[in-house]
Design a protein around this ligand. Sequence first.
Ligand code: NAD
Ligand code: IPM
Ligand code: MN
Length: 350
Amino acid sequence: MELRIVCLPGDGIGPEVVAAAERVLTRVAERFGHRLLVERHDFAGASWDRTGEAFPDAVRAACAAAPAILLGAVGDPRHDRLPQAERPERALLELRRMLGAYANLRPVRVDTVLPHSPFRPEAIEGADLLIVRELTGGIYYGEPRGIRGEGRNRVGVNTLRYDVAEIERIARVAFRAAGRRRGLVCSVDKANVLESSALWREVVASLAGEFPNVTLDHMYVDRAAMELVRDPRQFDVILTGNMFGDILSDEAAILAGSLGLLPSASVGDGGGLYEPVHGSAPDIVGQGIANPLAAISSAAMMLDLTFGLEEEARAVEAAVRACLRGDRLPRDLGGDASTEEIAGRVLDAL
Ligand code: NAD
Ligand code: IPM
Ligand code: MN
């Protein structure tokens, strides 16, 4: 079949890891007899540098028309002083909103506990959880927002809001996912303090009856952060809002081994957006040592969820696991293999 994708390498290590993922997709297409058509665009900081706009209209149009988008990372310290509305990160928020990609799926599997892990293997081995993070609402988008006033009288304001429809649609994604997994949803909120969370909890609970094979639990986010490292195997699907999901997924990445391993898929009304959970890693950019496995696993999620190519996706996942069991690891996992070498290992395993 035809695999038409838009690639947005973005900033920092984004281009390095997306190039590796593209090599893997090219190999998959060869091996399974598909036609890969890649359209590449500057995005976020990279686009701002070239055009003065982080998300130009032509790129918006290309993304809106794409069945799937593979994104590297956004964010560059050189742009940190720009007003919020012009920052590279805002381009990513606009892209997610434009696509209606309200469900961010972040799977975390602990297959092999690598020697460099800060965890005892027996405490985390076999953990297998899916964070279902609401992605187009909550405090990231709520109005009013901004910094008002002058000098010492300035006030910074953001608004955390969720309406019933937003909660229902993300909760259904989590319930359905749990139905295909171990049948547990843990909804994470701060309902003891926040009204938006009290409504979240009420609405999620009201849907549980539609999914008789799924057990629903609720947990406050502070406790969830603790339970995630104390006993991660208790979790199957974690359902949570935009900001809590952002924070908990970086924490969960260390269960798997590193941020360089965690993929994500953002799905909803339109085309799928696939991106590693990590950022642009300015501290290692240009050194050729970024771990490409999160980007490669994100491409596997794309094969599965957008193109329905389950066998191809499983083949890429197996190749990633084989690479992790091998004798050469990237630097974030305690080795010294380069981005190229790790991508080469995955290609060999394919
Ligand atoms: P980060 O995820 O970029 O990096 C955190 C740490 O993890 C760094 O030490 C980095 O070197 C390491 N790391 C991350 N990915 C790695 C990989 N693939 N291989 C090896 N090591 C890796 O987070 P940060 O430093 O807080 O943010 C840097 C920039 O990235 C900021 O501009 C931020 O806004 C942006 N950001 C973007 C995204 C995204 O595009 N989805 C996500 C998070 C942060
Ligand atoms: C992520 C990132 C983004 C987020 C930023 C860069 C906007 O941290 O995808 O996890 O907070 O959603
Ligand atoms: Mn994040």
